[in-house]
Design a protein around this ligand. Structure first.
Ligand SMILES: [Zn+2]
Ligand SMILES: [Zn+2]
Length: 267
């Protein structure tokens, strides 16, 4: 059985865990190792359980703790070559990642860890490169899409294939425009290589989810330009306009910024 835990989600740090009968992976390592250790302990796991780390992209909130996991604990880290180059240039890391820990992955090519088949796919974002992940384990398809500037046909395909979906719902469009960010930053976030708004995320789900979708977790909510209740209400109302009822058709939950989500069993 596949299990999912969010260990924190948002600009202060992102990390997600998937554990199957035969393997355990982290997607992103943007939360410091000490906090991760505490979260792992609370859910009855140990950092030693991690077989591999997969990285979406080279922004600090996704990679800050990579060195601790790769260099100290010798956990292999899987990235595209471009993301790896971006990580090497990123000054937020206290040390360089040991080259022996790095495994290159290519978009569209499936990588296997135990009984999990992990396929990265292109996501448009203003980093060196950015990927989402589809993870298939037995009959379950899990999909994670974060830091996405706009929706592409490939993103739509992956949403359509998902039983379980972690999807960015970064900002409320009005809050962003009326908020404290500079015009430059507002433009960056709203631009085609920034982040998905609540409305765009909701429309993507409404138009491309299939009856096999069971659960959606909204991730990477902005602290300044969003609110969990607002994200939920926006998504609920867009879905309702398409005749989709949360709790009947599938579940929608918001991932917390700094707390773990507890363990979800994906059956
Ligand atoms: Zn990013
Ligand atoms: Zn991010």
């Amino acid at each position: 059985m596949l299990k999912f835990i969010s260990l924190g989600s948002g600009s202060s740090g992102n990390s997600y865990l998937l554990k199957s009968n035969e393997g355990c992976i982290l997607i992103d390592a943007g939360i410091n190792a000490r906090t991760m250790k505490k979260h792992f302990k609370e859910v009855g796991l140990s950092l030693d359980d991690i077989d591999a780390i997969f990285v979406t992209h080279d922004h600090a909130d996704h990679i800050k703790a990579l060195c601790a996991f790769t260099n100290d604990m010798k956990i292999p880290v899987h990235t595209t070559e471009l993301v790896h180059r971006g990580i090497s240039r990123n000054h937020c890391l206290s040390a360089k990642i040991c080259p022996d820990s790095v495994r290159f992955i290519n978009k569209g090519e499936t990588f296997t860890i135990g009984d999990m088949k992990i396929t990265p796919f292109e996501v448009p974002h203003d980093s060196s490169d950015c990927v989402g992940y589809s993870v298939v384990c037995n009959d379950v398809t899990f999909c994670l899409i974060t830091d996405a500037g706009h929706v592409t046909p490939l993103i739509e395909q992956n949403v359509a294939a998902a039983n379980y979906l972690v999807l960015e719902s970064n900002h409320d469009e009005d809050m962003l425009m009326m908020g404290p960010y500079s015009a430059y930053l507002k433009g960056r976030i709203r631009g085609g290589k920034g982040h998905l708004s609540n409305k765009t995320a909701a429309t993507l789900i409404a138009e491309h989810a299939t009856p096999k979708l069971r659960h959606v977790w909204l991730c990477h909510l902005s602290e300044e330009n969003n609110h969990p209740e607002l994200a939920r209400k926006t998504v609920e109302s867009v879905l309702r306009s398409y005749g989709i009822i949360i709790g009947t058709d599938f579940y929608v939950e918001i991932l917390k910024r700094k707390a773990h989500s507890g363990i979800y069993e994906l059956t």
